[in-house]
Design a protein around this ligand. Sequence first.
Ligand code: UD2
Length: 377
Amino acid sequence: MFRSFSRTNVFAILVSVLLFSGALYIYSGYSHSDISLFQSKDFSKTESNAIITNIVEVKEDLTTAGCVVKDNLNNCGKWSIGELKSEVGLKYAQPNTLKGRTDVNSVTNWNAPLVWEGTFDPVVIDSIYKRMDPRIAVVVFAVGKYTRFLKGFLESGEKYFLVDFRVTYYVFTDNKQDVPQVRLGRNRNISVVSVPSANRWQEVVLGRMKWATMAIDNHIRSEADYLFMMDIDSVFHNRFGAESLSRLSAVLHRGYYKNTHRDHFPYERRPQSKAYIPAGEGDYYYTAAVWGGYLEDMYKLVKHCYTQAEEDAKINIEAAWQEESHLNRYLLYNKPTKVLSPEYLWSDYDAVPADIKVVRVSQLVKNYKEVRPNGGH
Ligand code: UD2
């Protein structure tokens, strides 16, 4: 009895060892593969969850390894991001305590800067942040026909977006061939990430949260200190510099930044949704077309939008403005550390009012019906 049990046992152990090594082999395949993970056309929910779990586990190693990397600001503390060290001998105009913008409010009621042209000195602020030499990731999606917007976005970004900083544009697309060759400045790169095609624009817009969460876990975390999420159908027209950097920076939506009562903000109003904001609450209405911050703070927020949208989906709810609704709820209870004026995302649809002295980025006019896989708004 003992012998036969023991034989079975040895056999069982052998089989387990074989199975375990097989599993390890597959697992290490995941750990070393990067963006090709995303190429699967029909990612079922379970598959994607399984992969996320794997990547998160792999990532823990990378974070530890990251600490020996000299320029990993987050983990290794050569510079601590957020410190405002200034250059000795830098020449700039003396700041004035009495003069400044008076036509707009440049501080929130939680004492965070509200950034407009005229509220910062580009020489001072760029110099402070350049000393830290942060690595900045820009995540953009160009799925389906939206690849046509890449050239204008990237070329104008090279002229105006955090010029002389280390920038990597992460282009998430279902069509690598359509990513244009663009002349890039020093220390600036494009990294292409493959994602599946989609049948509904809502799938892409919300899917951005899922794919970005996975890609941060998979590789972006070890490559960036700050991360911006941006819409691709837009063009830079003027300086977008270090004044935009903070732990969590959000942009006021141009449509609701003045004269709109908070009860008329297009927040999600159904209590069943995770994005719900009741009447009588709210600071501002933020756009989801430009937002940024420290890598880990952005990760938390992007993942929040992803998981909350998944929760909604379980009861067949899609928030009124997809991830923008979840973003707005999060930012109501986790206040941004900088609020950027609508200079940071205007729109070619609208005339520019007097309080917008500079349009830094503008959303392009597009034919929604023609460009989206399932038609218009
Ligand atoms: C608004 C917001 C956007 C998002 C969306 C949610 C502005 C300027 N933008 O954009 O951030 O909150 O509403 O409804 O307010 N995309 C593709 N392929 C597609 C569809 C979308 O790549 O087939 C990507 C692309 O990067 C695009 C972004 O998703 O810029 C947002 O989609 P949109 O521009 O069609 O949505 P829109 O203009 O309603």
